[in-house]
Design a protein around this ligand. Sequence first.
Ligand code: HGY
Ligand code: MN
Ligand code: MN
Length: 416
Amino acid sequence: MSAPAANLRINADRLWDSLMEMARIGPGVAGGNNRQTLTDEDGEGRKLFQRWCEEAGLSMGVDTMGNMFMTRPGTDPDALPVYVGSHLDTQPTGGKYDGVLGVLGGLELVRTLNDLGIKTKHPIVVVNWTNEEGTRFAPAMLASGVFAGIHEQDWAYDRVDAKGKRFGDELARIGWKGDEEVGSRKMHALFELHIEQGPILEAQGKDIGVVTHGQGLRWIQCTVTGKESHTGSTPMPMRKNAGRGLAQITELVHQIAMDNAPNAVGAIGHIDIYPNSRNIIPGKAVFTIDFRSHEIDTLNGMVERLMAEAPKLCEALGLGFEAEIVGQFDPPEFDKDCVKAVRDAAERLGYSHMDIISGAGHDACWINRVAPTAMVMCPCVDGLSHNEAEEISKEWAAAGADVLMHAVVETAGVVE
Ligand code: HGY
Ligand code: MN
Ligand code: MN
């Protein structure tokens, strides 16, 4: 397929305006967003995206996991589409760009092709994947995981949030349970634009990250059980304090990651302590360990060491310990041809670039299992993400969307 001309560029102002308008839906309390999956705010964001897509002449399909597919026809209706997209759901204290840049970057490339009357052989489909974040309903990348055949849909429907609400019920409640069979779509390729969510590109002074691999992930949900009792009248030797188990395991997780540096990370982000009363010794702690590495042996070794040492720590404190893997994927390697299309696009457009391993998980990690897939990354200020202060520049957003457009258009084939 012939490469697009180097002067083919997206409309940076229009992309930025769309990002800012979407950010007004589900605002956070500190300038970011709280548009968690399957909330009313998510439903509102979906409607805005649908309206914009339909204004751009795209036709909508929605599958049984609520994944949204917005199609721009190609000249060859039998050609498998090139997909482009990410997620509109956010963390509870999320930023304005995590996921959203990839969805609206996909819409912007369609708008630009429309402006210029450019036709492609393969159709182009812009995607919004449901529940990428996994913060309300674990695991992360739930709907792209069902699409890729990793998870069963019934299992996904039964995932519950902290208030006991079911994923399947909430999807129906907001009116986004589609009738298309999830996973029935076949793809020629998929590209995802995403902010790096780390400090490397900014520190190296690069506009574009050419993502060759991703880290693998293990989410281990632990339950430490002790005994609730009075914080004033219970003698210290008699206490069974679940909080101490949490504290020592938090330190163990950190040490395991540090012992495997630099190719490993680990932390505990989700913590529920029971009964969470000022004058009751915690009887139970439920928390999720997040281990990641791009080396599968390192990742598995971290889990093995945790599962060997944590029960002993708890036993010494007179506490019970149980653990369950509630989310996992092995380190993905993206499609070499798609990665080359991204790298060539950055070269052609004159953007500085470097190969990079994605620290965060993305829907592309699962779709990589069922179709040739690659990612484009742009820097973010101080590498900060999953924080309302997440920030990028308009120039970074435009550079990422330009490279995304060139990679997609080259793969979809320009029809003269
Ligand atoms: O957890 C992740 O890496 C992604 O941001 N959901
Ligand atoms: Mn994301
Ligand atoms: Mn995220």
